[in-house]
Write a protein that binds this ligand. Structure first.
Ligand SMILES: Nc1ncnc2c1ncn2[C@@H]1O[C@H](COP(=O)(O)OP(=O)(O)OP(=O)(O)O)[C@@H](O)[C@H]1O
Ligand SMILES: [Mg+2]
Length: 203
């Protein structure tokens, strides 16, 4: 599923609310049958570790640490056993061109974005929330990442993605168009034209 809309329309805010990060002021959130905001803090933390993955718009990587450490820390928090070969395989699959033992701060924005994506995917979450996950990527890498998301969906995972890329949004099962913090339109099986038409009403 994709969430589209102009800058400041509330895409990140919606993603935070429906992923258990920010409690909404009204409405109910249900993820895999559970309302995360009814859980106690330690239960919520466990639920988020087990079920949810979140790829942040600003990556939230530890800049001074190597790529490998950034990924391993996240996996340990999710009680996964990090395997270097598995990490290398996924990074290669995602078209990562940097050094796995190099500090994140030495990478380009696009390579950092791939690390942020790999780090979250490797926690083996059931529901993946991704905030503009292809924003810094070249078109080849973007297509590789999107194809990988489709593979996750084929395996039964859920991917909810904020994007400015209307062409990408048109390849998702459902597009939600936001305006001024409100859902303007939900477009099932969206065509490019249908999303542009919904956005036209917005601008
Ligand atoms: N922590 C906050 N406190 C108060 N207002 C906020 C906060 N975070 C975001 N906002 C405001 O909420 C609105 C929606 O912001 P949000 O970041 O969700 O937009 P967005 O659609 O993700 O934009 P972009 O495409 O630029 O990432 C904006 O007007 C923003 O200024
Ligand atoms: Mg945003």
């Amino acid at each position: 599923m994709s969430i589209v809309g102009p800058s400041g329309s509330g895409k990140s805010t919606l993603l935070y609310s429906i992923s258990g990060i920010t409690r909404p002021t009204s409405g109910t959130v249900t993820i895999a049958g559970v309302n995360p905001y009814q859980l106690k803090p330690n239960q919520l933390a466990a639920f988020r570790r087990q079920i949810i993955g979140f790829i942040f718009q600003q990556y939230n990587l530890i800049q001074s640490l190597p790529v490998f450490e950034n990924i391993v820390i996240q996996q340990r928090l999710s009680h996964q056993q990090p395997k270097r070969s598995e990490i290398e395989q996924l990074l290669t699959k995602l078209n990562f061109a940097g050094q796995i033992d190099g500090a994140v701060e030495t990478l380009s924005g696009g390579e950092q974005q791939k690390v942020a994506i790999a780090r979250t995917i490797l926690t083996d979450c059931d529901v993946l929330f991704a905030d503009e996950p292809t924003g810094a990527l070249d078109s080849v890498s973007k297509s590789i990442i999107f194809t990988y998301f489709k593979e996750l969906v084929a395996k039964g995972k859920t991917v909810i993605m904020v994007t400015h890329d209307i062409e990408l949004a048109s390849q998702t099962d459902r597009a939600i168009v936001l305006k001024d913090g409100q859902v303007q339109q939900i477009v099932p099986e969206p065509s490019l034209e249908a999303i542009y038409a919904a956005l036209d009403k917005v601008v």
